[in-house]
Design a protein around this ligand. Structure first.
Ligand code: SAH
Length: 262
């Protein structure tokens, strides 16, 4: 087992620029497989006849906005959040279209193609900039992850590769699900995606621990916290050439509905 990389380690050593290298779709990188899987799932999920609502909170956004490209078509108000100031700054840089912001256009054009719309990326980009209304600090290990703010409960919480990064063990993962549930309205949806059966992820030259998650454990932990699973999709790993960057065995995508208070 890898030594747990706590929030303090993230604060000192997580380099947003190194992490963003995973989002170069033109390269033959590890990111390709995961990002295209997530984007395809988001595209099928965030449609006006499936998941829609007013407000969506994304927990542990990292320095990224790719996860909102389909969501901005069915949610008007998107709240991005992360534990790290350096990641929030990166999102703000993109949102304000400042020099040096990461170029998301190749991923954006890929999503426009997936959605099969003629809508151009430039139009989606403007819509997305309008939709991301807040960029906030969060900590999923706190009972109220948005503390000291107290947000009104929302229709949808999204989180990708965050809980497995933030949680040290199964008990803290279960507790984090309960924390996350408190942000949702009854009947609201939790959309979780990430890396299954993984122990680490490299960001530049720094190794970050990832909690080893199995489908059985995630199903139990969600049920215990008052969620009904609507969809549980996994995709076994295809590319084994980049095991030195991350040892994930499969990707998962879950849609769960809050049926009870945790
Ligand atoms: N969601 C992004 C980033 C995933 S990387 C993506 O899809 O690529 C994992 C993220 O979890 C990092 O941005 C890290 O800062 C964040 N994180 C780590 N501990 C956290 C905590 N306790 N609360 C919230 N976010 C945390």
């Amino acid at each position: 087992m890898e030594e747990f990389t706590s929030g303090e380690v993230y604060q000192k050593e997580f380099d947003p620029q190194a992490y963003l290298e995973y989002f170069d779709l033109g390269s033959d990188s590890l990111g390709n497989e995961a990002v295209t899987f997530y984007l395809e799932c988001f595209c099928k999920t965030f449609t006006p006849d499936f998941l829609k609502g007013d407000t969506l909170i994304d927990l542990g956004s990292g320095p990224c906005i790719y996860q909102f490209m389909s969501a901005c078509e069915s949610f008007e108000n998107i709240i991005a959040s992360d534990y790290l100031d350096q990641n929030l700054q990166e999102i703000e840089k993109w949102r304000k279209n400042e020099p040096g912001a990461f170029d998301w256009s190749s991923i954006g054009m890929y999503v426009c193609e997936l959605e099969g719309k003629r809508a151009k990326w430039s139009e989606k980009e403007a819509k997305l900039r309008r939709a991301i209304q807040q960029v906030l600090k969060c900590d999923v290990t706190l009972q109220n992850p948005m503390a000291p703010l107290r947000l009104p409960p929302v229709d949808c919480v999204l989180s990708t590769e965050c809980l497995e990064s933030a949680c040290k063990d199964q008990a803290s993962y279960r507790a984090a699900l309960s924390n996350v549930s408190s942000l949702l309205k009854p009947g609201g949806h939790l959309v979780l995606s990430g890396l299954a059966e993984t122990t680490f992820l490299m960001v530049g030259s720094r190794k970050f621990s990832i909690l080893f998650l199995t489908e059985k454990f995630q199903r139990e932990a969600l049920a215990e916290n008052g969620f009904t699973i609507i969809q549980f999709k996994t995709q076994p790993r295809i590319d084994k050439m980049t095991m030195d960057l991350c040892d994930f065995a499969a990707l998962y995508f879950i849609i769960a509905q809050k049926v009870k208070e945790a």
